[in-house]
Design a binder for this molecule. Structure first.
Ligand code: KMH
Ligand code: ZN
Length: 307
């Protein structure tokens, strides 16, 4: 009897992001050395892609300053061969220029690209804060009621036109079904290349909810729009939905993303102690299904990255 090949699943780890604030968890890294250490440990645990944001070393405030990225990216590259994926989402408070600054300096193999605008509020996470470590956090979290994460057609086109000539490929962040149609639009305009990588995002307040029906719906919409074999796809879900949802997605053949950017938890009511802890759990779940984590080079081959 022919043995079916083991499925290679690309694990992305989003190490710190910009939505969670240090008061929410002591494990959330914000100093460059902690971002580096946690990213390296996540890669050693099985993450092929490291999705990275920078934060102010003193108080954890999100920053787009390339000189802060410079304090952790070379350390990570020295210690691992993981794919470096720099955010172009940055934080909802940043201009597109700030969001692009680090990507244009470091020219990574991969950058995130957010495929549409959404409201983006931190209410669920905010309710867990007992006391504030840094003064900026409170205004940031409470102000999120008014945050619009702006990714207009012009913004998306500008990011594509800036980074595509550098050989960067994209983690196309889709928070709702309309964002898949936006991908189709940029394919039509010749600004996106076939063989792209879609990150379907569930459970952000402001985006599509983390329901299994929605996962099926998003996948079916993508298959219909692009053709089943024309794209790679990965799934992340926010907060408590993270692990159950990536498990369901992996069963459907998706790649997966975890990390403290997406959820601060390791299990119901239990904060994760590190990014690596979430990656280790993901590897265990995948191995129970007979799947294996893709190495960084396998991820490069699967996604057509430049290496
Ligand atoms: N915060 C995540 C839900 C980005 O960095 O471009 C999506 C994200 C955005 O990772
Ligand atoms: Zn991010």
């Amino acid at each position: 009897m022919e043995q079916s090949a083991v499925a290679k699943v690309i694990i992305s780890c989003a190490v710190t992001g910009s939505a969670h604030v240090p008061s929410m968890s002591d494990a959330l890294p914000y100093r460059p050395e902690d971002i580096a250490q946690q990213a390296i440990a996540a890669a050693k645990a099985g993450a092929a892609i490291l999705h990275l944001h920078a934060r102010d070393p003193e108080d954890g405030r999100p920053t787009g300053d390339p000189s802060i990225y410079q304090r952790f990216i070379p350390i990570i590259q020295e210690a691992t061969d993981a794919v470096i994926n720099i955010t172009t989402g940055g934080a909802v408070t940043m201009s597109v220029q700030e969001r692009l600054a680090a990507a244009t300096v470091f020219r990574p193999e991969m950058c995130s690209l957010n495929m549409g605008s959404i409201n983006f509020a931190f209410f669920p996470a905010a309710s867990r804060i007992a006391s504030w470590k840094f003064p900026w956090e409170r205004a940031y979290v409470e102000g999120s009621e008014d945050f619009v994460f702006k990714n207009s057609f012009r913004d998306i086109g500008h990011i594509l036109q800036t980074l595509r000539p550098l050989g960067t490929r994209f983690e196309l962040e889709c928070y709702d079904v309309g964002h898949l149609y936006n991908i189709a639009h940029f394919l039509d305009r010749g600004l996106l290349d076939p063989g792209f990588f879609v990150q379907m995002i569930f459970g952000i307040l402001g985006g599509i909810g983390a329901d299994l029906d929605n996962l099926m719906f998003m996948k079916q919409a993508a298959d219909r729009l692009f053709g089943k074999d024309q794209f790679s796809w990965s799934v992340l879900a926010a907060g408590r939905h993270q692990m159950p949802f990536i498990t369901q997605a992996a069963l459907m053949g998706a790649h997966v993303r975890v990390g403290l950017e997406d959820s601060l938890f390791i299990a119901k009511g239990a904060l994760a102690t590190s990014n690596a802890q979430q990656v280790e759990k993901t590897v265990r779940i995948l191995s129970e299904m007979g799947h294996e984590p893709a190495t960084a080079d396998e991820a490069r081959a699967l996604l057509g990255l430049r290496g």
